[in-house]
Design a binder for this molecule. Structure first.
Ligand code: SF4
Ligand code: SF4
Length: 82
């Protein structure tokens, strides 16, 4: 059976993280619907672990992380794929 999908992915997502604003609360990680984020093992200058996009292919750019972040330290955006 041919399982070639005609529903090719037309958008992708990415995030912008301003690590120095982050206070490591983890809301972005907790509320990401695709589980694309984790808190980094690195520290920012305030001593917190900022998030990192560990599964870039999972990010759909929904910006739930940005909506939930109390410190405007992250936002997501969509990219159009060719
Ligand atoms: S933009 Fe959406 S999918 Fe991407 S990391 Fe943020 S919450 Fe997750
Ligand atoms: S929600 Fe904002 S402050 Fe909290 S861990 Fe994520 S980026 Fe940092």
């Amino acid at each position: 059976m041919n399982s070639t999908s005609s529903k090719a992915k037309k958008t992708s997502g990415n995030v912008v993280i301003t690590a120095e604003r982050c206070k490591g609360c983890g809301f972005c990680v907790e509320f990401c619907p695709t589980e694309a984020l984790k808190l980094s093992s690195q520290y920012n200058t305030k001593g917190y672990h900022p998030p990192t996009l560990v599964f870039k292919d999972k990010c759909n750019g929904c910006d739930m992380c940005g909506i939930m972040c109390p410190d405007f330290a992250i936002y997501g955006y969509r990219l159009m794929l060719k």
